[in-house]
Design a protein around this ligand. Structure first.
Ligand code: SF4
Length: 231
């Protein structure tokens, strides 16, 4: 017991000061791409080294900018390195959800990479609940869904029933390349290529998987808890 207390005191305050302080990423972090005349769809990009190596040198590189979430699918297409970051919910929705947002997570056939990053949001470093955002077990207690995975045929019915069970008004958040476009499973006969076309998506958070700060940034933009986006 004393050892636990001693360790706890030694660790000190572990929660990051985001959004008051910007997070710092190592140079190897693969964030928002920097392209040289190439239109990149962040909703499909897997943020891997292979694609960079496959292109001629200098055409694609990655910055350490973790801010990637967008409100519209079309905004995820990076043209001339410009990205329109997510805007906040309309006034009525913001009044309803602004201080307390309850989400039901649905893994619609993901590899669990995105789910691990979502789970990390609950740890002591990110402490998602300090923003009034929590995950709930029942869709009937939720304000919206946070979906991962390409929506496999086996999960399609369960996803639609879960969506129906969320009371109106509700929001849908697609996390990761799979949930946005099918990701590495795109065009497989076993998947629906993500949530687009199945459900009305309010927030797209790209990545494979997205960093917890990318997810947090998207959520706070949606709830208008951040300053005007700096591009
Ligand atoms: S986007 Fe990548 S990490 Fe997320 S579920 Fe798909 S394959 Fe896994």
């Amino acid at each position: 017991m004393w050892q636990i207390l001693k360790n706890r005191i030694k660790q000190g305050y572990r929660t990051c000061r985001y959004p008051k302080e910007e997070p710092v990423f190592p140079a190897r972090f693969r964030g928002r791409p920097i392209t040289n005349g190439l239109a990149v769809d962040l909703g499909k990009l897997l943020f891997n080294e292979d694609i960079k190596q496959a292109l001629p040198p200098g055409v694609l590189d990655y910055s350490t900018d973790y801010r990637l979430a967008a409100t519209k699918r079309a905004d995820l297409v990076l043209n001339d390195n410009e990205l329109k970051l997510a805007s906040c919910l309309e006034k009525k929705m913001k009044q309803l959800f602004g201080r307390s947002l309850k989400l039901r997570a649905v893994c619609a056939g993901s590899c669990n990479g995105c789910d691990s990053e979502i789970q990390a949001l609950g740890n002591v470093v990110f402490d998602l609940s300090r923003f009034g955002i929590q995950f709930v077990a029942s869709p009937r207690h939720a304000d919206g869904l946070m979906i991962t995975g390409p929506v496999t045929k086996n999960m399609e019915y369960a996803l639609m029933k879960t969506y129906e069970a969320v009371p109106e008004p509700k929001i849908v958040i697609a996390v990761g390349a799979c949930a946005i476009s099918g990701g590495p499973f795109v065009n497989s006969p076993e998947v629906k290529n993500g949530t687009d076309g199945l459900l009305p998506v309010d927030l797209y958070i790209p990545g494979c998987p997205p960093h917890p700060f990318t997810i947090l940034d998207g959520l706070l933009r949606l709830l208008d808890r951040l300053e005007a986006p700096k591009i």
